[in-house]
Structures are given as C-alpha cells and as structure tokens.
Design a protein around this ligand. Structure first.
Ligand code: 6K6
Length: 146
C-alpha cells in the first residue's frame, strides 16, 4: 500500500513565529505518511525571503500538491490568508481536513474554521501533547479508510 500523502499547511507570509512548531508537527506527521510540504517547517523560509519562484508558480505547485494529497493538516494558530485558502480549497475538493490549534488567552479560532462541519479541529498545548492526539486521530482515520 502506498504511503498516505499528507499536505501540511502553515503560515508563511502570515508570520513565521510558529515555525518551530511546524517543524515538530512535520516530524510527527512523517511517522504517519509522506509529508508533501516539508519546506513549511524550514528555518530559512522567511515571510519576505527570495525563492526565485513567482507567486503564480508557488500557487500552481501548491494547489497541485493539495489536489494530489489524501489529507490536509493545517496548523491554524497563527492566522494566515494562504492557510485559510488551502483549508477552504481542501473542503471544496472533499478532502479530509484536520486543523491544529493552540488556544491562547485573548484569541479565538476563526468561526469559519471552528464552525465548518467538514473540518476536524484538534486543540493542543505542545508537541508532546499532540503526539497522542494525532495517534488517535490517524488511527481512526486509517481504520475508516480501510
Ligand atoms: C518563501 C519565502 C516567502 O515566500 C516563500 C515561498 N512561498 C511559498 N512557498 C511555498 N508555499 C507557500 C508559499 N507561500 C504560500 N504558500 C502556501 O500557503 C503554503 O502551502 C502555506 O501553507 C500557505 C501560507 O500562506 P501565507 O499566506 O501565510 O503565505
């Protein structure tokens, strides 16, 4: 059986303050399948970084990866237009969507994510806490897919 293709989404131009969390989450997700977007966790990826790729090329590449994936996992604590767009696109394509969110005083998850029946949301405190929650989510996800 081919490995589960996981599209991981996390803020880039929305701000890189959670990049260390993205790296840890990607490492956990790699135990569940193939992560198509490992670059989201890279240290060198800054909001204004020069990549040599036009925005159009980035859009084409990422939307093609998203369309080819089996599941989208988005870290949504740090609000990002691009991540919101990807979540909405995944819902439109009928893909399973899992959003990961760290609740913090004074902020709330967008109602467009938390209120969407097609979006699964896992709240977590830190990567250690998330390991068990992802084990349980992917355990039941893979059982249903069988
Ligand atoms: C490097 C430095 C700045 O920009 C880059 C290259 N940009 C991107 N490379 C790869 N994926 C991108 C890029 N910009 C946006 N995305 C996609 O949108 C990713 O899949 C992220 O999940 C999401 C981030 O959106 P923003 O609005 O926070 O940038």
């Amino acid at each position: 059986m081919s490995p589960l293709k996981i599209y991981f989404a996390g803020s880039i131009r929305g701000g890189r303050q959670d990049a260390a969390f993205y790296r840890e989450i990607i490492n956990i997700l790699r135990t569940k399948g193939e992560v198509l977007t490992e670059h989201i966790g890279h240290n060198g990826l800054s909001p204004d970084g020069e990549t040599g790729m036009s925005d159009y090329k980035i859009y084409q590449r990422d939307t093609a990866w998203l369309a080819s994936s089996d599941i989208i996992v988005a870290e949504v604590t740090s609000p990002s237009l691009g991540v919101g767009f990807e979540v909405s696109m995944a819902v439109g394509l009928g893909k399973p969507v899992l959003c990961l969110y760290r609740p913090r005083p004074g902020t709330r998850l967008s109602a467009m994510i938390g209120g969407c029946p097609e979006v699964n949301v896992i709240e977590y405190l830190n990567p250690e806490d998330l390991i068990g929650k992802l084990d349980s989510f992917f355990g039941s996800f893979l059982r249903k897919a069988e």
